[in-house]
Ligand binder design. Structure first.
Ligand code: UN1
Length: 515
């Protein structure tokens, strides 16, 4: 192991000379197969993590059920206080954990740290929420009756996360789920197990300190079979899944078929629309970050750019210039803006997308190749790419498919209505962004004939949402909402309680059933 990797792992209490147990439910273990965590920058193996065996998964499911029975009776503000301590512990390790995200996932330093900050922020939010998960009192039509809407904890929540946000997405789910009084089981991506173990260790310490069962934040490192077993298990009340549309469709059907609750965060295929009156000095860097940030591996990355004809040439010239300055390399070096793709498979997907673009006669105005000079050839580095397909018609698969890589496709439009139609005419509906200073365009964009995405921004890029609003997308993105807004309401079971405190028992709607 390189000294640098060892330093980062040691700082987070991860062993470097032995296999790492990847299962936690109050005790650490793991007797399943080994998962190898590989650094996308250098190809070095960072650690070997022992996955959960099927028997261990069942043990964890039992333990989380037990832990739920405990935590559901702890008053919510007290749960909030424990979350506050988790928040402090995470904040104290922000740089170390951020560095591990960069090392294992490959995103650049500031984004790795930002991801931990996102977990810290949602903890703050959930601490507040722990005193505000209020129901309502509804006016009853019957005298001497009250109707209450009561929120109770749900049970066991399982969170299946993707590689691209190996810390924050668990954070969004765990913080709300815990505040709401549930036990949570985390099944992280197979390629980012170290981040999951490090985060779970930090949370576990705080739980232990407060005498809370560790299975309230359980971890099962595993593969596809583990994911399937969780999805099928009637012991899991809510499955929160982040990943591809393909897998999401299976998860959705499976959970629905047993009448479980499901929360899906699937593919994004996000567009930015630039109007002639946009402030170019703001729009350019935002598109640059949206398309290249995280090497195009955010669900919210900008994949489609629609330029008004009158500014298209100027915008593209300037954007190309920005692309030519991108500092590519080691994600942990301060100045780097573009790190590697996460896996070699992602490089193949990138190459296939470029191949398809070429085959349909798209003009590749920059990029399109791997970086093959040393030391970049050691890692999964690809050139950020801008292409202009011949047609902006969303019927072609290049406009309809999410390619998890820094590939930006450009279309030229004449009227805002046309751009909005293109924006909407794809299966996905996560994020969208309009650049304009004209209030009339803004009204159209956010109104009924506007963007149909879950995130509809104005003069703000497609990626990098704050935690305060609900995060999620419509259509094939799965309609899920996580993080802020009303997302917490999915982590509780609601009851409508009608209470009669009168001396009569009248029926609703005036129904007369007198004996
Ligand atoms: C994701 O890509 O799965 O809005 C999550 C953003 C981040 C979260 C992205 N706050 O880009």
């Amino acid at each position: 192991l390189s000294t640098r990797a060892a330093t980062i792992l040691n700082a987070l209490d991860l062993p470097t000379n032995t296999e790492i147990p990847g299962v936690y439910d109050g005790a650490w273990r793991g007797s399943g197969d080994l998962l190898e965590s590989k650094c996308p920058t250098t190809g070095e193996v960072l650690g070997r993590v022992k996955m959960a065996s099927p028997k261990e998964l069942h043990e964890v499911l039992d333990k989380t059920r037990e832990a739920y029975r405990y935590i559901r009776s702890v008053p919510a503000p007290k749960r909030g206080e424990i979350l506050r301590q988790v928040r402090e512990a995470l904040a104290a390790k922000r740089d170390e954990l951020g560095a591990l995200v960069s090392l294992e996932m490959g995103k650049i330093k500031t984004e790795g740290q930002g991801e931990v900050q996102e977990f810290v922020d949602i903890c703050d939010y959930a601490v507040g929420l722990s005193r505000m998960m209020n129901g309502r009192v509804v006016a009853s039509e019957r005298p001497g009756h009250s109707i209450l809407e009561v929120a109770n904890p749900l049970g066991v929540v399982s969170v299946l996360t993707a590689f691209n946000f190996p810390v924050a997405v668990y954070g969004w789910n765990f913080a709300l789920s815990f505040a709401a009084g549930n036990a949570t089981i985390w099944k992280p991506s197979e390629t980012t197990p170290l981040c999951a173990v490090a985060v779970t260790k930090i949370i576990a310490q705080m739980l232990e300190k407060n005498g809370i069962p560790g299975a309230v934040s359980a971890l099962v490192t595993g593969d596809k079979c583990t994911g399937e077993a969780i999805t099928e298990s009637r012991d899991v009340d809510l499955v929160s899944f982040t990943g591809s549309e393909h897998v999401g469709r299976i998860v959705g059907k499976t959970v629905q078929s047993r009448f479980g609750k499901v929360l899906l965060e699937l593919g994004g295929n996000n567009a930015s629309i630039i109007m002639p009156d946009a402030d170019m000095n703001l729009a350019l860097p935002a598109v640059f970050f949206g398309a290249i940030g995280t090497a195009g591996q955010r669900c919210t990355s900008t994949r489609r750019l629609y330029l008004h004809r009158s500014i298209a040439d100027e915008f593209l010239t300037k954007l190309r210039r920005l692309y030519s300055t991108v500092r590519v390399g080691d994600p942990l070096a301060d100045s780097t803006l573009l790190g590697p793709l996460h896996t070699t498979k992602a490089v193949e997907t990138y190459a296939a997308a470029i191949g398809h673009l070429r085959s349909i006669g798209a003009e590749i105005i920059t990029g399109g190749e791997r970086y093959l000079d040393s030391p970049l050839d050691q890692g999964n580095f690809v050139q950020p790419t801008i292409s202009i397909p011949k047609s902006a018609n969303p019927a072609d698969k290049i406009w309809r498919t999410e390619t998890f890589a820094p590939v930006l496709n450009v279309g030229i439009f004449d009227e805002l209505e046309q751009a909005i139609e293109w924006n909407n005419n794809v299966p996905q509906g996560l994020s969208s962004s309009l650049w304009t200073r004209d209030i009339r365009n803004v009204g159209k964009w956010i109104g009924p004939a506007g963007s149909d995405a879950g995130i509809v921004n104005v003069n703000v890029g497609t990626s990098g949402a704050e935690i305060g609003a609900a995060f999620g997308g419509n259509k094939s993105t799965g309609w899920g909402r996580e993080s802020g807004g009303d997302a917490w309401k999915q982590y509780v079971r609601w009851s409508a309680c009608t209470i009669n405190f009168s001396d009569a028992a009248p029926l609703a709607q005036g129904v007369d059933f007198s004996i």
